[in-house]
Design a protein around this ligand. Structure first.
Ligand code: NAD
Ligand code: ZN
Length: 365
């Protein structure tokens, strides 16, 4: 069939919106008609060849849509089901078997190769193969063939035009809080970096009834929104000594912390802000080879814990429905982070995300 897709062709080049051919869904594949898809920093990193995904390729890994057809062997969804798309995993390694699929030993190949395991792709342009199956889904296409494990069935009452970010960036922040830190009600919390990921961590800290909830950023407009979303204190770290200020607010040190920047100085500040037996999580990504110093002589005295967290350490099939239900109950207003664009304006959406003008772009088909 013919589909309209945005194709990444190489570093620094805008995505090319064009008509492609899509194969019939193969064994274990679900053909999904996209309603909308979020755009995440990882798409931009791959478009710019920071990660080695072969070009040309259809990116996109926060798709939401409706099942059109299923390939042989698919048992969990059927045509007409509303679905949200998340990352792909092998399902059999020790991490997958123990409920931690974001540490799947095959994660990189399955999500970044732009190919099926046998090396084939589902899209072509005048007979030339175009990469597919990015994060199992390649959601920057009006219709795509998605691996069954990436497909999460959602209630028909949930708004597909908003749900996409629940596939990656929102659970990355929210899962670090609810799945990894698991704070007690009344414990203190700080998030460094109030982009889509950090704001999602903040919304989750509110769900967990943390208090105080502190947000740190270097952009005042983001801190204003953080206050509207439940931060009790905000700190612009350009103007204040962030560690001293956090210790003052929390009477000596914070219980739980998230770094959603991936910046080595911020990581150091996060560790230095921890109180006795505090627990910090790093979710911001840094280039391989990045090192951050911490004072092991003093930090050891606090009994602090530091966790490294991918994709919120979630099981998509249980955590995403939990976030949808919190959203529908009015406790998790992640829609406040979103700005929508028509699919034809996908490159503007990328630019607005890069400039910081938009927290979370979602393109609608
Ligand atoms: P974003 O760029 O929208 O947000 C980052 C925020 O950090 C911005 O508001 C920025 O102003 C702030 N910031 C930058 N430098 C700062 C500093 N020195 N001090 C305080 N604040 C600072 O990005 P995002 O979409 O929210 O993603 C956040 C990070 O999470 C990125 O590194 C992204 O690649 C990563 N990520 C990780 C995973 C994972 O599985 N661990 C998944 C998705 C995204
Ligand atoms: Zn992502």
């Amino acid at each position: 069939m013919k589909v309209t897709a945005a194709v990444a062709t190489g570093r620094g080049k805008p995505l090319a919106v064009k008509e492609l051919d899509l194969e019939e869904p193969g064994p274990g594949e679900v053909q999904v008609r996209m309603v909308a898809t979020g755009i995440c920093h990882t798409d931009a990193l791959v478009r710019d060849e920071v990660y080695p995904t072969p070009m040309p390729v259809v990116l996109g890994h926060e798709g939401a849509g409706v099942v059109e057809k299923v390939g042989p062997g698919v048992t969990t969804v059927e045509p007409g089901d509303h679905v949200l798309l998340s990352f792909s995993t092998c399902g059999t390694c020790a991490s997958c078997a123990n409920g931690h699929p974001s540490y799947c030993t095959q994660f990189f190949g399955l999500n970044f190769s732009g190919r099926r395991a046998d090396g084939t792709t589902a899209f072509s342009d005048h007979g030339q193969p175009i990469g597919s199956h990015f994060f199992g889904q390649s959601s920057f296409s009006s219709v795509s063939n998605v691996v069954e494990c990436s497909v999460v069935k959602v209630p028909p009452t949930a708004p597909l035009e908003l749900l996409g970010p629940l596939g990656c960036s929102v659970p990355t922040g929210a899962g670090a809080v609810l799945n990894v830190l698991d704070p007690e009600a009344g414990s203190s919390f700080v998030v460094f970096g109030t982009g889509a990921v950090g704001m999602s961590a903040l919304l989750a800290a509110r769900v967990a009834n943390c208090s105080p909830i502190i947000a740190v950023d270097i952009v005042d407009s983001r801190l204003e929104l953080a206050k509207e979303l439940g931060a009790t204190h905000v700190i612009n770290s350009r103007g204040e000594n962030v560690v001293e200020r956090i210790k003052e607010i929390t009477n000596g040190g914070v219980d739980y912390a998230v770094d959603a920047t991936g910046n080595r100085e911020v990581f150091r500040s996060m560790v230095d802000s921890l109180g006795s037996r505090g627990h910090a999580a790093l979710v911001g990504l840094a280039a391989p080879g990045t090192e951050a110093a911490i004072d092991i002589g003093l930090t050891i005295l606090t009994g602090a814990k530091i966790s490294m967290v991918i994709e919120g350490d979630m099981v998509p099939h249980t955590f995403i429905p939990r976030l949808i239900s919190l959203y529908q109950d009015g406790q998790f207003p992640f829609d406040r982070l979103i700005k929508s664009y028509p699919f034809a304006e996908i490159n503007t959406a990328f630019e607005d995300s890069k400039s910081g003008a938009t927290l979370k772009p979602v393109v609608v088909f």
